[in-house]
Design a protein around this ligand. Structure first.
Ligand SMILES: Nc1ncnc2c1ncn2[C@@H]1O[C@H](COP(=O)(O)OP(=O)(O)O)[C@@H](O)[C@H]1O
Ligand SMILES: [Mg+2]
Length: 307
């Protein structure tokens, strides 16, 4: 069994995955999607993956996908789409990754599936964004403006009044790609504030942690500390519903406590788990690899038999 680990960064996560694959008698090779290309003279399928010659991997595990130009990202996702079309199990599939990378699509799908998530707007109009901020402000709500493709808590800004301080809506063409992705701000329910990260693998929530910090942005990359958290049935159910709404094989779900109950903020399709592993008793990479080999590859085999 040869598994391509798609990653732009070789390190702790890829070593964990390779060890877990080895323990199952499989081989994991790290490949950067940037180095994959299309070559219709090479093989019948037209894909060229470093280290695979004319062959294709038996399965693909997507661990990291570097940003780039619109054209580069289209090609990188195209390679994942092509692998799926060629019958290779891709864990998470390109369609799932696209759904989660686009925060507005995540919000829309969560909302449509009835998963509690704060009210959200995405608009290209600066005037409309301003009107939304004014309307929300009139009902006592502030907003969070997020880069559509953001990660690690980078670039988020408050809009409206929080703790007596007014935050103006910035010009959308400065750092936001002329798009306003606005979400109702959920004030902290405790001091210091926190959110939860729950990892869902193969439809089952398997571990949770709290990310705690004085700043309202609780990403580890922004200095939040990780604490073990009990995976309550309610938390597990919400995270599982969120992962299902986006059709994810595995997902890192961000949830936030609020006066109205727990809300899902974000679903990560290429989730990191180093922080979670530090506060979790069992091996997460092994759980991912077991789910890939025992469930996902089995589903693909069944589909292949039926075709
Ligand atoms: N609507 C919101 N209300 C309150 N806090 C929020 C809201 N949205 C995001 N945050 C905080 O900012 C963090 C990062 O936001 P998130 O949407 O997960 O983007 P990223 O992809 O950068 O992680 C969240 O984990 C949470 O702590
Ligand atoms: Mg997040």
């Amino acid at each position: 069994m040869r598994v391509a680990i798609m990653t732009d960064e070789v390190g702790w996560h890829t070593r964990q995955l390779q060890a877990a694959l080895r323990a199952r008698g499989a081989v994991g090779r790290c490949i950067d999607l940037a180095d994959c290309h299309i070559d219709t003279t090479l093989a019948w399928h037209g894909l060229a993956l470093p280290g695979y010659g004319r062959a294709l991997p038996d399965a693909v595990l997507v661990r990291g996908l570097a940003g780039g130009s619109f054209e580069q990202v289209t090609k990188r996702l195209g390679v994942l789409h092509a692998l799926r079309e060629l019958g290779v199990p891709v864990y998470n599939d390109a369609r799932a990754i696209e759904r989660s990378v686009d925060k507005s699509m995540t919000s829309l799908l969560l909302h449509a599936a009835g998963v509690p998530t704060p009210p959200t707007w995405a608009t290209e109009s600066q005037a409309q964004a301003r009107r939304i901020a004014v309307r929300e402000g009139a009902t006592g709500h502030a907003l969070v403006l997020k880069p559509l493709f953001g990660s690690q808590g980078k670039g988020l800004q408050l809009v409206g009044e929080v703790d007596g301080v007014h935050h103006a809506l910035p010009a959308l063409d400065r750092g936001f790609g002329s798009l306003a992705y606005l979400q109702r701000f959920v004030p902290a329910t405790a001091v210091p504030g926190f959110d939860w990260r729950v990892l869902v693998i193969g439809g089952h929530a398997i571990a949770a942690m709290r990310r705690v910090s004085m700043h309202w942005i609780h990403n580890v990359a922004q200095g939040a500390r990780c604490e073990a958290a009990e995976l309550t049935p309610a938390l597990a159910q919400l995270a599982e519903q969120a992962a299902t709404a986006l059709d994810m094989d595995y997902a890192g779900v961000d949830l936030i406590p609020s006066a109205q109950g727990t809300q899902v903020i974000e679903v990560n399709g290429v989730a990191a788990w180093q922080g979670l592993q530090r506060v979790t008793g069992f091996n997460i990479a092994r759980a991912i690899v077991d789910d890939l080999l025992d469930r996902r590859c089995a589903v693909q085999r069944t589909l292949g038999d039926a075709a």
